[in-house]
Structure formats: structure tokens, C-alpha cells
Design a protein around this ligand. Sequence first.
Ligand code: FFO
Ligand code: ATP
Length: 192
Amino acid sequence: MSPDIHAEKRALRAELRERRRTMTVTEREHATEQFGERLRELVAATGARSLSAYLSSTDEPNVRPFLNWAHEQGIRVLLPITRDDGLLDWAVGDGESEREGLFGLPEVVGEVLSPFAIDEVDLILVPAASVDASGMRLGWGRGYFDKTLGSMERRPPAYAVVFDSEFVDVVPSEPHDQPVDGVVTPSAVRAL
Ligand SMILES: Nc1nc2c(c(=O)[nH]1)N(C=O)[C@@H](CNc1ccc(C(=O)N[C@@H](CCC(=O)O)C(=O)O)cc1)CN2
Ligand SMILES: Nc1ncnc2c1ncn2[C@@H]1O[C@H](COP(=O)(O)OP(=O)(O)OP(=O)(O)O)[C@@H](O)[C@H]1O
């Protein structure tokens, strides 16, 4: 794998991380409301009764109000538990208990399910740094979701959740990168 593409990905991630960090509270709150509307539309369109998502940290697209809504609707929500071997375990989110996991990310507390637990969901919401028009996704650089999505035999629709400016024409990609089926931004749900 060429070192250039790794450097390019790293530089892009740093830029995107900085842009997220400098968003204003007003921008964030507005985006959160719109993410909620779009994600509820996606659930209605897919009829999903179970889904996997992530517990947003401060700078990430905030899906927490949506997760509370999903929980109230009786939708089963799986949240990732970061393992140090590069795989993700899962636990059912109850909207209550969490703690700090590996890499300082918020993590759900609950019965730990194996990486295979995600095989059962109807819809996958994937965190990302950027997504392009062909569905290629730039993640945060440890390959967790490439491995997860790449190992699934029958995969339900996977939608990346990003801010509008992070949906771009092309992201740098490598053979192991797994495309997503769609993207959710504050302005729209798009199948790709
Ligand atoms: N809220 C949330 N939970 C999540 C994810 C996520 O993106 N958001 N993940 C989604 O995968 C998994 C954890 N993924 C991680 C990915 C990278 C790094 C990390 O340490 N990255 C490098 C930066 C690499 C770079 O910039 O090139 C670092 O910070 O040093 C940590 C966790 C599972 N849980
Ligand atoms: N299916 C896989 N099997 C083994 N290693 C993988 C796989 N997918 C990715 N990797 C490794 O993970 C590391 C990070 O990959 P990459 O830069 O594509 O991350 P990313 O797309 O940002 O990550 P993520 O999937 O967590 O969002 C690379 O060293 C890559 O070789």
C-alpha cells in the first residue's frame, strides 16, 4: 500500500477533525435536530426494528436524541465496544449507563455481545470522517468498520452519518475500504 495514500488520509482526517472541533454550539444544535429528523425518516423508509449505531462524543454528529427516540419506539439498538484486537463487540443500549472506553470514546455498559451480534440488525449507522458519492468512506483510521462490514455475509443497509460538508465527490480509498449503501447528513438521506 503506498505511503502517500496513508499520508493523504491522515491529513484529511486532521482537517476534518479540526473543522468539527470549531463548529459553534448553534451549528451543532441545529444539526442535531436535523440528524434526528433524517434518521427517523430512514427508520420509517426501511422499517427497521433493530439497528446498530454509535454513542456520539462531543464533536461527532449527535445521534443521542435519535437513539432515545428509537429506544422509546422499542427498536433494539446495538452500540459498539472497542476491543484492542481491532474488532468491535456490541451491547444493547438502554439510553442510560455509559463509561469511557478505549481511546476515550463513550461506551455503553451492558451485557457484552460478540462481533457477530451485528449480523442480526436491520440497519447499520456508521460513524465516519467523510463519505463520497460512490459510497466510499473515510473512517477514523483503525479499520474497525472496514473489518466489521467486510466480514458480514448478508449485510443490511449501512448508512454513514456525517455533516453536509463531509459528503464529498471523492475520498482516497484502498482495496480494503468498504463502501456504505447511503449517507445521512442534516440536509438529506441519500442512497448511494
Ligand atoms: N462514538 C464513536 N464510537 C466508535 C467509533 C466512532 O467513530 N465513534 N468507532 C469507529 O471506528 C470505533 C472506534 N474507532 C476508533 C478509530 C480510531 C481511533 C484513533 O485513535 N485514531 C487515531 C487517528 C488516526 C488518524 O487520524 O489518522 C488517533 O486518534 O490517534 C480510535 C477509535 C468504535 N466506536
Ligand atoms: N478488512 C480488514 N482486514 C484487516 N485489516 C484491515 C481491514 N480493513 C482495514 N484494515 C486495516 O486497518 C487500518 C486502517 O484502515 P483505514 O485507513 O482504511 O481506516 P478507516 O477506513 O479510517 O477505518 P474504519 O473502518 O475504522 O473507519 C489499516 O492499517 C488497514 O490495513
